[in-house]
Design a protein around this ligand. Sequence first.
Ligand code: PGA
Length: 253
Amino acid sequence: MRRRFVVGNWKMNTQLDTALALARSTASEADLVQRVLDVGICPPTSWIVPVSEAIASSSLTVGAQDVSPDTDGAFTGDVSATMLKPWCSFVLIGHSERRSIHGETDDLVGRKIQASVAQALNVVLCVGETSAHRASGSAEDVVRAQVRHALRDVNFTDASALTIAYEPVWAIGSGQPATVADAEAMATAIRVWLSTEIPSIAERVRILYGGSISHGNVLDIVRANNVDGVLVGSASLDGEQFSAIIRLAANTD
Ligand code: PGA
């Protein structure tokens, strides 16, 4: 049985005071459902330390939004897995905004995964097709290729070290989520791929859906087969709405 996982990705939002308030209210909500649900937040890099300290006694976990593929050296602006490790338990890798705005390739995504695994940081690998891919019928092939490429040089033996977030690019920030049927079909395609390629952990790896999740659609999405939780962007910035999402996702039906 996979525990559901709800992750809030704050992106480049919040100031220190709003970040701390949001982290504390999310931590209270996470503690109420910790028996059945894992909750994580990914604050901007500057707030990782104060947020981690503020919620240290709660069950809420903190993740980074990105990580360098290198350990240290002349990489201006980058933050390595060793620097994140004291404060974070997981890291988002390959978010579509990193891929499109910063030109991240599947190779780079794979190197970031290796760097994180080397530091025992859990990975949330983000994958997803564009609207053009979906229109041309290649969505599943594109997503499978992203997963294959990202994981090809990593030997995952612990299922909890890997989460895969399926986030169609066209659904992110658009108010237009994937249908439950499409989210379920892609999550199932990813699970089938895992069963063939990494059978020892395939049934225990969590697969999330992300893209325009709100309190209005989360329950149907988390009830879909092979979907084990959600990655939430803008709705995770609204304390009340994110709390509602957490409560609904904890519904164990
Ligand atoms: P959204 O973002 O919930 O605002 O669509 C999701 C994401 O980018 O992870």
